[in-house]
Design a protein around this ligand. Structure first.
Ligand SMILES: [Fe+2]
Ligand SMILES: [Fe+2]
Length: 195
C-alpha cells in the first residue's frame, strides 16, 4: 500500500515535470506513448509502473537546445562521443534519465535505462526499455507506411519489433546519407542474434 502511494506520487510528479517542460504537441505525443506502453506491458506481462514512468519521462529533455545538452552532459559526466557532438539531440535520452534521477529521485535501473537508451537502443537492453522504444515508434500519432506491420509485431514479440524499427531507422539514415549511431547498429546485431 505504501509502495502504491509512493508510485502514484512519483507518476504525478513526473507528469507535472513534463507538463512544464514540453510543448502541447510533445506532451500529447508523450501521453500517446504512455497509453501504448500500457497496452504492451499488459500484453507482455511487464511491470506497469516502471513502463509508465519511463514512457512519461522519455522525452522530458527533448526541447532543450544543443548547447544546453552539451553543457548538462559535461556537468553531469555523461558520455559524449563523436555522434553526440555532431548531433547533440542524441543526448535527450541520457539527459532526461539524469534529470529523472536528480529531480525526481528515481533510482530504478530499468526505468532509467529505458529513458536513457530510447533513441539509439542498446545491446542487452531490458524489456522495459524495449517496450518504451517500441511504443515510441508505434504510438497512434505515427503514420509511416510500415507502422501497421510494426504494431502487429509489437503485439507478438518486443525484440522482433525493436529490430524491425531499428532496421527501418538504418534504412532511413542511409536514404538521407546520414550516419547511423554505432550503438544502434550494435543493438540491431544483438537483437538479430536473439531470434
Ligand atoms: Fe525521444
Ligand atoms: Fe518520443
Amino acid at each position: 500500500m505504501a509502495d502504491r502511494k509512493t508510485n502514484d506520487a512519483t507518476l504525478r510528479e513526473a507528469g507535472e515535470l513534463i507538463h512544464t517542460r514540453l510543448s502541447d504537441k510533445r506532451y500529447a505525443h508523450t501521453l500517446r506513448v504512455v497509453e501504448t506502453v500500457e497496452r504492451l506491458a499488459a500484453l507482455h506481462g511487464l511491470d506497469e509502473y516502471r513502463t509508465r514512468l519511463a514512457a512519461l519521462l522519455h522525452d522530458a529533455a527533448r526541447e532543450m537546445g544543443a548547447e544546453e545538452f552539451l553543457r548538462l552532459a559535461e556537468e553531469w559526466n555523461l558520455p559524449v562521443g563523436e555522434p553526440e557532438r555532431k548531433s547533440p539531440m542524441l543526448l535527450h535520452g541520457p539527459v532526461a534519465a539524469e534529470m529523472a534521477r536528480r529531480e525526481l529521485s528515481i533510482e530504478d535501473g530499468e526505468v532509467l535505462e529505458a529513458i536513457r537508451v530510447h533513441t539509439t537502443g542498446a545491446p542487452e537492453m531490458g524489456l522495459v526499455a524495449l517496450a518504451v522504444y517500441v511504443a515510441d515508434a508505434i504510438e497512434p500519432g505515427r503514420a509511416y507506411p510500415s507502422v501497421g506491420h510494426l504494431r502487429k509485431l509489437a503485439e507478438e514479440d518486443l525484440q522482433d519489433a525493436a529490430a524491425e524499427a531499428l532496421r527501418r531507422d538504418v534504412a532511413h539514415d542511409e536514404e538521407r546519407g546520414r550516419e547511423t549511431h554505432p550503438v544502434s547498429r550494435e543493438t540491431l546485431r544483438w537483437l538479430e542474434s536473439q531470434s
